[in-house]
Design a protein around this ligand. Sequence first.
Ligand SMILES: [Zn+2]
Length: 201
Amino acid sequence: MQNVLFQRQQKPRRQKKYQDYKPYLRKDFQYRCAYCLIHEAHYGGLRNFHVDHFRPKSKGRFRRLALTYANLYYACGLCNTFKGDHWPSSKQLKSGFRFVDPCQEDPYGTHFEVVEEDGSLRILTDAGRYTVVHLRLDRNQLRRHRRREIEQKQKCQVARDLLGTPGLPPQLVVETQRLVEEIEQSWLNPVPPYELEDLRT
Ligand SMILES: [Zn+2]
């Protein structure tokens, strides 16, 4: 089986409105945008995330998928807006241009990859090009965000290397290790900044 970026676990029953799937989607997409991977914690929480129709509901042949859970993706407001109603024509599809589906494969490293030096994206395939161009995944906001993430990871690595210095007081090692882990967690697996019920109070 191919390496997929997101694997759905939730099995919601049929909802009346596609927006009602949002609580399930955010769990299945690990609180991240399906496309740019930004986390709720780094993008203002769930209010700034949308329910995206991977196959656009505006296209006649996909209208029947408007409430189909497998066609719904969790996306940040920017990616969802840029994606809009775009969908490749049959001619483009034949030439290999398409949106890379993060529930079917892992686009990162296969169709495009992050350039460590500046956080930009290097395009590797035609599907990657179509996806990056239409979602504007190489936008400055994301370049900066990816660069910050890389810097944080590098700093953590430096700290870990320093902790290997012989003769350090054990308490300092333990305390510093805890801090480094906290920083790593805040990037790898952050906590959503608020929940739906927090908006009701
Ligand atoms: Zn996004």
